[in-house]
Write a protein that binds this ligand. Structure first.
Ligand SMILES: Cc1cc2nc3c(=O)[nH]c(=O)nc-3n(C[C@H](O)[C@H](O)[C@H](O)COP(=O)(O)OP(=O)(O)OC[C@H]3O[C@@H](n4cnc5c(N)ncnc54)[C@H](O)[C@@H]3O)c2cc1C
Length: 314
């Protein structure tokens, strides 16, 4: 089957439902004029058809492969994803000061829809990273934003969402991963994370140089349930003095799931701090983890809902 992004339908919805013209009337979105909207929709339609769609079938049949903690993605995925990064498609609604295009969220949703209808399994990396960007924008300090956002916005690094644990799915308040503050030495101010997370989408893969995990964990003496949960940023590799991701951070992928659908998306069991230390930064306040993580979860929910179009258009 050939792939065609639903460009005309998207333009109709943006004009008549989302009110993209009115949005462009606001100072913040003044550059989202009609020509720019068309250029984004036409550009992503071409990119999705040319780069993401041809990898869809191979992702379904070859699937990601786990070996000794590393996950190799199916052939063609690295090239398709690199094209997405080079084209700037990851940062359509992200702030311009961090390298994004600063366009309305509605337009970014159309971009994710085009990519998702071309290859849903691969697009989950873009979808989760968008959520991580929103959570850091809302709850990161200025320093955390300046260190982590530029490469998440570009897609050079991807973001993951780490809530679920064995025995803590719908009942997320039952989670047992811990975070202990580091009191002194070179890493004072950071936290040592320890625990296991399951079903982590794109928790490990070979498409990016680093993976930025947003992880829910319990601090010492935290109250039971969701009130005792805090949010931490735990990278696969910590950054060296040059800001490069070269220092392994004790994060290990123990296995990936064999699923009935979205074969191309690596759904990972992740271990933090088993063996070497996994050091993380607190995002937001101690005990404020659910509030901060809900920004990422809501972004993921909206864009997963958006994927209900996949069967209609592919
Ligand atoms: C493909 C895939 C990708 C995922 N990616 C991520 C990810 O990136 N990050 C992440 O953190 N998690 C991820 N998840 C996990 C997902 O968030 C959990 O599967 C979800 O929270 C449900 O938890 P559970 O699977 O343990 O099911 P359970 O919580 O055990 O629920 C099983 C069933 O019991 C029902 N149930 C549960 N509690 C109650 C109750 N109190 N009353 C009545 N019925 C109830 C549920 O509705 C469900 O039907 C992913 C899951 C899948 C399948």
């Amino acid at each position: 089957m050939t792939f065609r992004a639903p460009t005309a339908e998207q333009r109709f919805v943006l004009d008549h439902v989302a009110g993209i013209v009115e949005l462009a009337g606001a100072e913040r979105f003044a550059h989202a004029d009609s020509d720019t909207v068309d250029a984004v929709l036409d550009g992503i339609a071409q990119f999705a058809a040319g780069e993401y769609a041809p990898t869809n079938r191979i992702g379904d049949t070859v699937m990601p492969r786990w070996e000794d903690g590393r996950v190799t993605m199916p052939p063609g995925f690295r090239q398709a994803y690199s094209g997405c990064v080079e084209g700037g498609w990851n940062g359509v609604d992200a702030p311009m000061e961090h390298g994004g295009m600063g366009l309305p969220y509605a337009l970014a949703s159309a971009v994710l829809e085009a990519l998702g209808t071309a290859n849903m399994g691969l697009t989950l990396i873009n979808l989760l990273t968008a959520g991580a960007v929103h959570a850091l924008e809302a709850y990161g300090t200025e320093e955390q934003k300046s260190v982590w956002l530029p490469r998440l916005v570009s897609g050079e690094w991807n973001g993951t969402m780490n809530l679920t644990e064995p025995g803590a799915g719908s009942d997320v308040g039952a989670l047992r991963t811990t975070a202990e503050p580091v009191a002194d030495g070179d890493h004072a101010g950071l936290w040592k994370l320890r625990g296991q997370k399951i079903f982590i989408t794109f928790g490990e893969h070979d498409l990016t140089d680093n993976i930025v995990h947003l992880v829910l964990a319990r601090t010492p003496d935290a109250p039971a349930g969701t009130k005792g949960i805090s949010l931490f940023l735990v990278p696969k590799f910590r950054l060296d003095a040059q800001g490069l991701p070269t220092i392994p951070n004790g994060v290990r992928c123990l296995s990936i799931e064999h699923k009935l659908g979205i074969h191309a998306s690596p759904t990972c069991v992740m271990a933090f701090g088993e063996g070497d230390d996994s050091l993380g930064e607190l995002i937001g306040e101690v005990g404020g983890g659910m509030r901060a993580m809900f920004v990422m979860m809501n972004s993921a929910r909206l864009n997963v809902g958006n994927q209900s179009h996949v069967r209609a258009f592919s």
